[in-house]
Write a protein that binds this ligand. Sequence first.
Ligand code: QAP
Ligand code: CO
Length: 166
Amino acid sequence: ALLNILQYPDERLHTVAKPVEQVDERIRKLIADMFETMYESRGIGLAATQVDVHERVVVMDLTEDRSEPRVFINPVIVEKDGETTYEEGCLSVPGIYDTVTRAERVKVEALNEKGEKFTLEADGLLAICVQHELDHLMGIVFVERLSQLKQGRIKTKLKKRQKHTI
Ligand code: QAP
Ligand code: CO
């Protein structure tokens, strides 16, 4: 089923997600619904926080042909190094893109949909996406990594847009 994606500046996007205690059918249904929602909206990453579920679950697929679905349950970044910038966007902040500075490489530990632990060493767009999505689980939207001036401008723009229900 398609899930509703919270739109910035919805305060529920600031909720800190709790760890998943058991990777069971409920979590696998959530993951399936998150993929459906992300693919339908043409995203590359979606955190449970964005669909108002405050548990540590992220789905991603960076491929054009949607052939590499990735699941991260209870993800933790255990190493990071370097610095890089990227023009980021977000399904919760449609139509807004801006440059964010993040680590260039990350090592992440997480569980897959079977509840098995895995480690991933990521660089490039994957490393950026991992950091962007893990931010969501901590209640942080990429906009909040921009200057106060830019944050204010983005809020104004989105509020105007909501009024006109574009
Ligand atoms: C996060 O973002 C990300 O504004 C995932 O109109 C972004 O999937 C990670 C999207 C950049 C790394 C680099 C945004 C779709 C999708 C929009 C997304 C829009 C339609 C964003
Ligand atoms: Co996002």
